[in-house]
Design a protein around this ligand. Sequence first.
Ligand code: 9YW
Length: 440
Amino acid sequence: MGSVALASGAAWVLAGNDTGTMVTASPRLYPHMWSWDAAFIMVGLAQLDVDRAAREMETLLSGQWADGMIPHIVFSEENGYFPGPDRWQTAVVCEHAPARPHTSGICQPPVHAIALRKIVDAGRRRSGADRRRAESLLHYSWPRLFAWQRWLATYRDPLGTGLIAVTHGWESGMDNSPRWDSAYAAVQPGADLPPYVRKDLDKVGDEGERPTDAEYDRYLWLIEEMRRVGYRPDEVVRTGSFLVGDVFMTALFALSCEVLAELGEEGGQPEEQIAQLRRWAARSRAAVLDTRDPVTGLARDYDVRAGQWVSTPSIAGFAPLLCGGLDPQQQAEMLAVLEGPDWMGHPDLVVATPPTVSPSSPHFMPKQYWRGPQWPVISWLFSWAMRRGGMYDTAADIRAETLRLVSDGTFAEYYHPLTGAPLGSLSQSWTAAVVLDWLY
Ligand code: 9YW
């Protein structure tokens, strides 16, 4: 499919998934708004319609909790997804959760400042009306996104080092990555886990592309623990069975603090808050660099409950390339590993983009969600951050290769790295959105 057809296909996917106030993550599998999906969707919408992109941000922020957390799901009126509002019961047990819209009780990676950057830039390039809309969105969203970054800095830095922790694998956005296997192995679902019925398996034909039932029991048990402590963020961190310093999330936190600080300067926001963002960014950037494995040089997660590093290699190992901070020599070395034969340069890959797990790794499962497939949205994120960090050649290569991968026009959630076959949900909004950004 050529670029024009691909761009119109992508716009058509976003329009098809648009309920009017939210573009759902996908048509059937995920009929709600996911926090980090929404940010990437805004990046795509910004190219088509600044006002529609701004409304997407407003919908997301209508679900923000009073303490600043942006929840990982803002629910639509659909009930085709489990766990839905009845299972989470956030507004029933937690005073910070809004009564409406219904929301989940955990978060996802903070990439929203990137979306705001894109909307503001698109607005400034366009007509007076678009420019005014973008500037007023900046004015409205900036304090709210500041409160979100502050929530992470306040509640999710259990070691006090700037390494941002997740309390559920879902918070990382990489649900069943082998990064979380050891931490999940220590989660013992209680005998009193209320029964449940999964809905995802009806919608994805091949169960081998989705997490297993044993994984789902643990996902649901962690939610049950949180519900029982009323989703109080300090209690969840103090008592939950799962607490892992997430190096990928931390890099995105640092990156977003910087981007938000820049937007704050342009928008005349309070100097003290801008300075605070820069301090958080510097601390978390240093925390990311401190996680590097002395042997492989790759960044690692830290299991706070077990008190140990998680050395399972995954795409998260390249987190320093997202937030910066490496010296030129170290950066060149890390890029060489990423582009080398274990990762993007693996001879069996159909396209040279980062797989979520190296095909050389014993953990590699080419169809299994976050255990090997290539995710166009992750490629976009690396490409965007690399351009910002001056790594122009790799950024351009990842863009070109991902466009080759998605030229089948299915806009799949993820792709089989050894065959290029589309996997998971088709017409996935964030895949369409990042393609649009690249083609405009
Ligand atoms: C689920 C919506 C979400 C993404 C996550 C991805 C998946 C939801 O879909 O999780 O129920 O499995 O792992 O990153 O936000 O696209």
